[in-house]
Every structure is written in structure tokens, then in C-alpha cells.
Design a protein around this ligand. Structure first.
Ligand code: AMP
Length: 284
């Protein structure tokens, strides 16, 4: 596996792959790899000849009171994990090469970004789409793999790729969970032992909501949201950012449950650690 830091070099390498008729799969990440990241890397490897993983903690997508400065990192370990997952190139640009002092462009998707995480984290998705647009132009992928864990992010990226005619297939990959149900996340490393137990409230609440739907097919959306809130608030460490049941494509609130309904939850543990999770409410 090759490590590249220069945007010019990665673009040259990508052009060279394309000249040789090799397809490129990109997995954008912020590092501190876990098995969710590994699953995305392997999926890219199944779908493309060459896999590029970007590792860049993007300042544009963090709010002023968020964890940009403390975001976990373990570069040597990440290199080993990526290499073991069959990645060809780990691309780790530095901040000043990504954003020169004159940098003045924002890619902004309207509508889909206004609620949910976009409501709680103003400007977050502008940062995501702007950096992903740059990464696409630098790495020239045929496909790019994103996790369904960040469900709203995936919807926003699909929209911007459609709107701006990027010739890239966007692949969504299901959430990878710990054996106890907790969705894997780099931010789980912030959790102390007792907070880890509280964090499990997310996947427990999702299982509970799915059971409610299985037992009462006509249950009102507001009833499910209320019962999920009650379950979460049994944990004193937990505060709710949002609980919403939305249509999977439009992210608009559902009026009744269908196979397109998705429950999205964001909580804070001890006002310090923000965790998200989601699930369809019918099937599996
Ligand atoms: P991050 O490094 O947290 O920005 O995540 C990089 C990519 O990995 C994003 O597309 C995430 O949605 C995806 N991802 C993070 N956690 C998981 C998970 N538990 N399962 C599947 N994909 C994930």
C-alpha cells in the first residue's frame, strides 16, 4: 500500500490508473479505523480494480464547539488496517494543501441538509459536500462507498452527485455493529465504561421500535417516537438531539410507517459525546 499526501500526486496516479483502464473505488474517511471502515474498504475492493482510502479530518465540517481538535487518531495502526483490507492507496492530504488561504468555494445542498444533523450542526453538510467534491476531483473514482450509519450524509451526497453530474456511482453500505448492537464509530473511543452502557440505549431503542411496528402495524408515527424517547431517557446520561421517522429518500417526516420509513436518532451522552444510529422499521 502506498501513502500519498499530495493532491497533485494522487490525481496523477488516478489519471494513470484510468489510462490503464483500471477502475477506481474511493472510501472517504476521517481515520481511526474500525470494522465499519474495513467493510467499506473491502466493498470498494469488490467493485473496483484499485481502492483509494482518503484519511482527512476535515475542519470545514466541525462546528466551533465540536471535537475537531480532539478527534481520535492512530496513523500507524490505520496504515496497517488499510493494508490488511487490501487498500492500494491511503491518501492523507494536509490541511493547507486542501484549503489554501484563498480558498473561497462551498458546495451546498439545500433541503436535505436543513433538518436532523443539519439542524443540530449548522454548516456541517456544506463542509462534507465541499471536501467530498474536492476528493472526487483529486482521486477520480468510478465508485465511492459511504456508510448508511451516516444516513443523511449518504442522501446528501447522492443528491449533489446527481445535481453536479459527477460520473460516480455512490454505494451505500449497511451499518456495522459491535456484538452488543452498538453501531461502530470512531467516537465510541470517547466513551468511558459506564457511558458505553448508556450508549447501548440507541440500538436498544431501535430494536424496541421495530418490535412495536411488528406487533402493531398501524401504530402512529408519533407514538413510536414518543415511546423511543421514553426508552432513551431512562438513561440519565442521555439527552436527545432528535428522534425522527422519515422517508428514506426525501428525509421528510412520514405520516405512516411503510417499507420506506427510517428511524433516525441522535443523542448526546453526558452532553459530551454525540452518537447517531438509524434503522428501517420494517423487514429484517
Ligand atoms: P468517518 O471516518 O466516521 O467519517 O466515516 C467514514 C465512512 O465510514 C463514512 O461513510 C461512514 O458512514 C462510514 N462508517 C462509519 N461507521 C460505520 C459503521 N459502523 N458501519 C458502516 N459504515 C460506517
Amino acid at each position: 500500500m502506498k501513502v500519498i499526501t499530495s493532491p497533485v500526486e494522487i490525481q496523477t496516479v488516478a489519471q494513470d490508473f484510468r489510462a490503464k483502464q483500471l477502475t477506481i473505488g474511493l472510501v472517504p474517511t476521517m481515520g481511526f479505523f474500525h470494522n465499519g471502515h474495513v467493510a467499506l474498504m473491502k466493498e470498494a475492493g469488490r467493485r473496483a480494480d484499485k481502492v483509494i482510502v482518503s484519511l482527512f479530518v476535515n475542519p470545514l465540517q466541525f462546528g466551533p464547539s465540536e471535537d475537531f481538535d480532539t478527534y481520535p487518531h492512530a496513523f500507524e495502526k490505520d496504515c496497517q488496517i488499510a493494508e490488511d483490507a487490501g487498500v492500494d492507496i491511503l491518501y492523507t492530504p494536509n490541511k493547507k494543501d486542501m484549503y489554501s488561504e484563498e480558498f473561497a468555494t462551498t458546495i451546498q445542498v439545500k433541503g436535505l441538509t436543513s433538518g436532523l444533523c443539519g439542524g443540530d450542526r449548522p454548516g456541517h453538510f456544506d463542509g462534507v459536500t465541499t471536501v467530498v467534491g474536492k476528493l472526487f476531483n483529486q482521486t477520480l473514482p468510478h465508485i465511492a462507498v459511504f456508510g448508511e450509519k451516516d444516513f443523511q450524509q449518504l442522501a446528501v451526497i447522492r443528491q449533489f452527485v446527481r445535481d453536479l453530474d459527477f460520473p460516480i456511482s455512490i454505494i451505500g453500505y449497511p451499518i456495522v455493529r459491535e456484538a452488543n448492537g452498538l453501531a461502530m464509530s470512531s467516537r465510541n473511543s470517547y466513551l468511558k465504561k459506564d457511558e458505553m452502557d448508556a450508549a447501548l440505549c440507541l440500538s436498544t431503542a431501535i430494536r424496541y421500535a421495530k418490535n412495536l411496528v411488528r406487533k402493531q402495524q398501524n401504530i402512529a408515527v408519533s407514538d413510536i417516537e414518543k415511546k423511543v424517547a421514553d426508552t432513551l431517557l431512562k438513561h440519565s446520561e442521555c439527552t436527545i438531539d432528535y428522534i425522527q421517522i422519515v422517508h428514506q429518500n426525501t428525509l421528510q417526516n412520514c405520516t405512516q410507517i411503510s417499507s420506506d420509513s427510517i428511524l433516525l436518532i441522535a443523542v448526546k451522552i453526558n452532553n459530551r459525546i454525540r452518537l447517531i444510529d438509524n434503522s428501517k422499521l420494517t423487514g429484517g
